[in-house]
Design a protein around this ligand. Structure first.
Ligand code: ATP
Ligand code: MG
Ligand code: MG
Ligand code: MG
Length: 468
């Protein structure tokens, strides 16, 4: 009886299409903007428009944009609301409607269309944005106790140190309105979840920090699809929505366990798998290949975490392609490119997984010995040298050593590791072995300067050609 994730996406796009927004397809996870590693928000494909570098074909647009935020990687499975991969629903105005209209539609779609009771909503505005405060209070009728003024960190948005910027207003769901309006703390995520952010791009910031009003004011918004699904499907976190849970169930089945009967730690592993498999499926579908640099390294790291968490829940055989199949099936209707790339996705996963399993076997034995030794000596820290040996000789990434260390209540001497790495670089220089580094350096640069369409074809051959 609850709306499915696919229905929520369609309803959102349809609502804004009815209000003269052009529905545009999700852009690639590989941004056109060469300075950005991965698409992190719905606005990114429109950045040239906001900067005045491109004239928009439409004054209004609406999208469901696939996003990856690696800065949320540590939150995955630990908070109820963060994944690395998520879809951001957005409505955009390019010099057309502004604050009043964006707030009115934001409220209408939340309450009338998705049927959330106004009692369950709290909004925030930027502390100095009296205009937004007034609109929420007078036009929408939100009680003032439920309009919170927040500071720069949360509620002021900027495209960069200079350029277009402006205040935001967020809409939060309140799971426990009966707790009253006196103690509203929007940071308390056991009670509140932010699901919709409205950005009012109204200023230009110059090099000395002065704000001048923009002639063409823009609206940029983002609603987390999985968060809306969590709210409407009445599940305790984004992971148990129909957008992610089937992936978790596939992994649990392979492991021979049940999610709902599992302990917290196992649930975290299942959630990591559920999220990361979505990420990697979409990344490979968008032509990213595993490597040791840039977005290729993000992909490799995510795949390795999937494998690693699979082992933690007792999966000893190769399993990523089977779990990926569920993720592919789930995204089929909204993202047809994923099924089209099925063969490439599975081949890439399989190769990375088997390579990594070999690495793991060798490294894990050594790491176990190191951990025993550290514990016997009454220490709590794995030395930088040990971590570096694992990395250098066994291909064990530092993050992995850190994760295993953490599981044993130990830490890793990161500065020591960096020092060893530095020594290695010096040694390599001395031995005239700079060739590998040069290759990596130019790959880095190449990846950064290549446009999306060219990037699709470049992967191996162009890179080699350039290096030669
Ligand atoms: P939070 O404060 O919860 O980390 P945010 O303020 O970083 O969210 P925005 O940058 O405002 O998020 O992005 C707009 C919307 O995208 C958010 O309101 C939320 O619904 C969704 N969103 C952001 N980050 C994530 C994530 N890691 N996983 C799932 N949804 C997300
Ligand atoms: Mg965030
Ligand atoms: Mg926030
Ligand atoms: Mg926000």
């Amino acid at each position: 009886q609850y709306l499915s994730g696919n229905e929520i996406r369609n309803i959102f796009l349809g609502f804004f299409a009815q209000r003269e927004h052009q529905i545009l397809p999700s852009a690639s996870l590989v941004p056109e903007d060469p300075t950005v590693l991965l698409t992190i928000a719905g606005m990114l494909p429109f950045k040239p428009i906001f900067l005045g570098q491109r004239t928009p074909e439409f004054k209004r647009a609406t999208t469901s944009q696939k996003c990856i935020r690696t800065n949320d990687i540590e939150n995955v499975g630990r908070t109820k609301r963060h994944q690395t991969f998520f879809e951001m629903l957005g409505n955009f105005s390019f010099g057309d409607y502004f604050k009043e209209q964006a707030i009115a539609w934001g409220w209408e779609i939340s309450t009338q269309v998705f049927g959330i009771s106004p009692q369950n909503l709290v909004v925030s505005v930027f502390k100095d944005d009296d205009e937004a405060f007034g609109i929420w209070r007078d036009q929408i009728g939100v009680p003032i106790a439920r309009i919170k003024r927040l500071g720069e960190d949360d509620n002021f948005w900027a495209l960069g140190p200079t350029g277009p910027c402006g205040p935001c207003s967020e809409i939060y769901y309140d799971f426990y309105p009966e707790r009253g309006d006196e103690n509203i703390d929007l940071e308390d995520d056991s009670r509140f979840i932010e699901f919709y952010n409205l950005v009012f791009m109204q200023y230009n910031r110059d090099a000395s920090g002065n704000l001048t009003p923009l002639q063409n004011k823009n609206i940029d918004t983002g609603m987390g699809l999985e968060r809306m699904a969590q709210i409407l499907q009445k599940v305790p976190n984004n992971y148990e929505t129909d957008l992610i849970f089937p992936i978790i169930q596939t992994a649990a089945e392979i492991a021979g366990i049940e999610y709902h009967k599992s302990d917290e730690k196992t649930k975290v592993s299942l959630k990591v798998i559920g999220d990361h498999v979505r990420s990697v499926v979409h990344m490979i579908a968008d032509e990213i290949r595993a490597s040791n640099v840039g977005r290729g390294y993000v992909l490799r790291r995510l795949i390795r975490r999937v494998v690693r968490h699979g082992r933690l829940i007792g999966i000893s055989s190769e399993f990523t392609t089977q779990v990926a199949e569920t993720a592919i099936a789930l995204s089929e209707s909204a993202y047809p490119n994923v099924r089209q790339r099925e063969a490439a996705i599975k081949a890439e996963l399989q190769r990375e997984e088997s390579n990594f399993l070999r690495t793991l076997d060798r490294g894990e034995k050594l790491l176990e010995e190191i951990i025993q030794e550290v514990k016997q000596q009454g220490n709590t820290k794995i030395s930088g040298e040990s971590a570096f040996t694992l990395y250098d000789t066994y291909g064990f990434p530092l993050e992995l050593t850190q994760e295993v260390a953490e599981e044993n209540n130990l830490t890793v001497d990161e500065a020591g590791f960096d020092a060893e790495m530095q020594k290695q670089v010096e040694r390599a220089k001395a031995a005239h072995e700079t060739i590998d580094l040069t290759v990596q350096g130019s790959l880095d640069k190449l990846a950064e300067h290549i446009q999306v369409t060219e990037f699709l074809g470049y992967t191996q051959s162009a890179a080699t050609a350039k290096v030669e």
